[in-house]
Design a protein around this ligand. Structure first.
Ligand code: NAG
Ligand code: NAG
Length: 460
């Protein structure tokens, strides 16, 4: 993959200093219908349209003015991704020892959901609406979104404007996809991507917010910007406070499933410290673990990237109903795993066998279930051996269905115009394409297919 890497000093060059004025594409047939919103958007100090340029230099100046402290080697570096968007992340240019602090962010700069609740007061009507629609679990994020919108509205008077101007405006996550994108994805990924979109829509509870202007309430792009910021750069503080917050600068650390090298902590005053969890040699990316290491589909849906560092992924057998007995046998997307070395989790075999027995021999199914519950691996093993032909067949069929589906979806893509790895993503109003996803998954599934063929499963 060709990625253009900018030299470390790139951000001090004047080209990135100013946030460029929004220039609508003259050829877009939709331009006419958008004039209204473009006029309005130019009123915001932060251009929230997808093509907006990121201003990293002003953000770095802002960070030191506002008391963010970094270790000497802590640097932001930029790369152009495959869609020519600037991808910026944190690295260290010097050696760091385990335990060393690489970043300090004062509490005042942290965008926090509880802070927002305190500032604005609780909005009972909005919370009731969210709860009614099944989104009571997203109330903290909702307040954080309102906080971001309020600061956007304040523009140059907001202390966060330089931070906002440094951020991506273009996303390839589930919330930014179109119905066409979902139709190109395998079923599980499509489902959770659609869920993200549904959440964005459901969290856009506007009418009952007294402190936002009508313009802000009506600015769909600003809502989406705020939603994406809250969901892709916010996280649980994991210090027992149940706080959901965004820590500017710390949020520039990328994700790694198995080799993260930094973590965040907070002191009693709410100041954030990022320290190394292991020795980190010079010129290494600083990496957090965003969680869900075994669910690359989730990371795709939430953040819009394919996690190639994930050691395993959910095998995506999706029964129409998951019974309690299935749960007892370990059915969940955290356990039903295909490992990237081609191994298959025992839970997958157990589940397949349980389903097959349910269709052929209910007594045997119960015997298998009871043996599992009693920890009687000998009995389990012997039932597995007896039915290994059927379970292997079942798994191969599942894999082949997935591969055929992937193939059908890939064929929707215009290969002449696009790189060959594409499944495809289309975003927002215009279609844009990005290669990703399908090759990695197809390789994994083929690997497992051949492993499965070559081995009779013998769970311990
Ligand atoms: C709100 O969420 C529900 C359930 O997740 C979903 O069915 C619905 O489509 C969402 N509303 C919108 C406007 O997307
Ligand atoms: C905002 O919109 C509401 C409802 O559409 C309207 O009643 C109100 O007068 C508007 N406020 C302003 C300041 O324009």
């Amino acid at each position: 993959m060709t990625q253009r890497v900018f030299p470390l000093a790139a951000f001090s060059s004047s080209t990135l200093l100013a946030t460029q004025a929004f220039t609508p594409s003259a050829v877009s047939p939709r331009t006419r219908f958008r004039v209204q919103s473009i006029l309005f958007e130019s009123d915001l100090a932060t251009d929230v349209s997808e093509g907006a340029q990121r201003d990293i230099a002003s953000f770095e100046a802002w960070a030191s003015d506002y008391g963010i402290q970094r270790s000497e080697g802590f640097q932001l570096v930029g790369q152009e991704d495959i869609s020519s968007n600037l991808d910026v992340s944190a690295i260290t240019t010097g050696d760091i020892s385990a335990g060393e602090c690489v970043l300090y962010v004062p509490q005042e700069l942290i965008l926090s959901s509880y802070g927002a609740m305190e500032q604005f007061g609780r909005l009972d009507e909005a919370e009731a609406l969210l709860t009614q629609n099944g989104y009571e679990g997203s109330i903290r994020e909702y307040y954080l979104i309102l906080k971001i919108l309020k600061e956007l509205e304040l523009g140059q008077e907001s202390p966060w404007t330089a931070y906002f101007n440094s951020l991506p405006r273009f996303y390839s996550n589930g919330a930014s996809m179109t119905p066409f994108c979902y139709s190109c994805l395998p079923p599980y990924a499509a489902k959770i991507c659609k869920d993200e979109r549904a959440r964005l829509n459901n969290l856009s509870v506007k009418r009952v917010v007294p402190f936002l202007s009508n313009d802000t309430k009506g600015n769909t792009k600003a809502w989406k910007f705020a939603y994406n910021l809250a969901y892709t750069r916010g996280f649980d503080a994991s210090d027992g406070s149940n706080e959901y917050c965004i820590v500017p600068m710390a949020d520039y650390c990328n994700h790694h499933s198995t080799e993260s090298n930094v973590e965040m902590a907070f002191d009693d005053f709410g100041n954030c410290y990022v320290h190394a969890t292991r020795d980190v040699p010079a010129n290494t990316p600083l990496l957090l673990n965003y969680g869900e290491s075994y669910n690359p589909s989730f990371l795709l849906a939430r953040y819009g990237f394919l996690d190639e560092s994930s050691p395993a992924s959910f095998c995506k057998i999706l029964p129409s109903h998951v019974s309690n007995e299935m749960k007892d046998l370990g059915y969940s997307h955290e356990t039903m795993l295909f490992y990237h070395n081609g191994e298959v989790a025992e839970e997958v075999w157990d589940h397949l066998l349980y389903v097959i027995l349910g269709e052929t021999d209910v007594d045997m199914q119960q015997m298998f279930y009871q043996a599992h519950m009693a920890g009687d691996y000998e009995t389990k093993s012997s039932i597995h051996s007896q039915y290994s032909g059927q379970t292997v067949q079942g798994l191969i069929e599942h894999i082949d269905t997935f591969l055929l589906d992937l193939d059908a979806k890939s064929s929707k893509v215009n290969y002449d115009a696009q790189p060959p790895r594409v499944v495809c993503w289309a975003f927002n109003d215009e279609f844009q394409w990005q290669m990703s996803f399908s090759f990695e998954f197809a390789h994994l599934w083929l690997l497992i297919r051949f492993n499965t063929y070559s081995k009779i499963p013998m769970p311990k």
